[in-house]
Each structure stands twice: as C-alpha cells, then as structure tokens.
Design a protein around this ligand. Structure first.
Ligand SMILES: [Fe+2]
Length: 187
C-alpha cells in the first residue's frame, strides 16, 4: 500500500508540491498552500484503491497511503463509520490538513485556557464546530490551532484524506470533563 508507484497521481503531485513548499519557515502558510492545492486538485473516492477504504469495527480506520522518505510527510485515508470519532487531541507538534471525500465530519477546535504540561492538566475552551462536507478542506492542525476532535455525526460512512508533516509518534489526549490529558503513544 505505502509505495509511491501505487499512489494516486494527484497524491504524488501533492508530495511534489510539498517538496516546493517545505522550505517555508511559516508552517501556517504551508498548511494554507496545501489546503488550497487540494481544493484545486480534487480526488474522488472511487479513484482510490479498495484497501484505502477499509473500515474497522472497533474504531475509525487509519489507512496509511504513503510516507515520503525524503520529506517525512505522510498521507492517510481515514474511514469513519457513523458515531466513530477521535476525541480532543493534538498531533504532538505535527501540522495537518484534512479533506473530506465522502460523508460528513464534524470538526471541533479547542483553544487552551490553562496549560500545565508538567502536572498533566489542561483546561480547554471549545470553539465553533465546522462541518466538513465532501470536497471541503480543513486545516485541522495548523500552528496555534493544534487541538481538535473529529466525529462522524452523520448517518453514512465518512472518508477523509489527511496530510501530516510527519508521522505522529506521541500526542496528547484531553479529558474535557476533568481538565486533564494523557500522553498517548502511536503504535
Ligand atoms: Fe487529529
């Protein structure tokens, strides 16, 4: 699956676009550039390989499409059954762009009101929710806006393409009721 020759041509071109964009020291500008690029180069679900669309029973599916050995940028196709989602979390410092390819996803961003990393405590404030429909691109994890949740609140399976600056090895998962967080390791 994660081989360049198997990758959709538009996604290969996206990796090339990042090769040009990555020299920018302003990561927010890179996120905006890739987001606009995806808007101009749409990808249809039926153009992707069947394995990319695989679902999971226990949680949303995170199907890796490609990890660029040169830049470290990584592409995932995530599949969300109705009700599946990812509660409030950050990306451990990696930026990200998400494009909805099917279904509807509800994205909620949070801002930090109080942060005490050494004690595992953080107080978040919820910001207005955004509905991502097919063909809309969101900057779910741009500098200054790192914390978010994503849920499929619709009635149909949802599909989204995610572009991350690098593989996420550890991230913070927030407990909004208790104003705490835990560091989670990715396997
Ligand atoms: Fe995320």
């Amino acid at each position: 699956m994660a081989r360049l020759e198997n990758l959709h041509p538009t996604l290969k071109n996206l990796c090339d676009e990042y090769l040009f964009a990555r020299g920018d020291s302003d990561h927010g500008r890179i996120v905006t550039r890739l987001s606009s690029w995806l808007d101009e180069h749409p990808i249809a679900l039926d153009e992707l390989q069947e394995e990319a669309l695989a679902e999971q029973d226990e949680s949303y599916a995170r199907n890796q499409l490609y990890l660029c050995p040169e830049t470290g940028v990584v592409l995932y196709l995530m599949v969300w059954r109705p009700g599946q989602g990812s509660p409030a979390h950050d990306h451990g410092g990696a930026w990200g762009v998400v494009r909805c390819l099917g279904g509807t996803l509800t994205v909620t961003e949070y801002e930090i009101v109080k942060d005490a990393p050494e004690s595992g405590r953080a107080t978040l404030r919820e910001l207005p929710r955004v509905e991502l429909e097919p063909g809309s691109t969101g900057t779910t994890c741009r500098p200054g806006h790192e914390i978010h949740s994503i849920f499929n609140t619709g009635t149909q399976t949802a599909y989204s393409l995610h572009v991350y600056s690098r593989e996420i090895t550890a991230y913070r998962a927030f407990d909004l009721d208790n104003d705490t967080f835990e560091i989670q390791q990715c396997h």
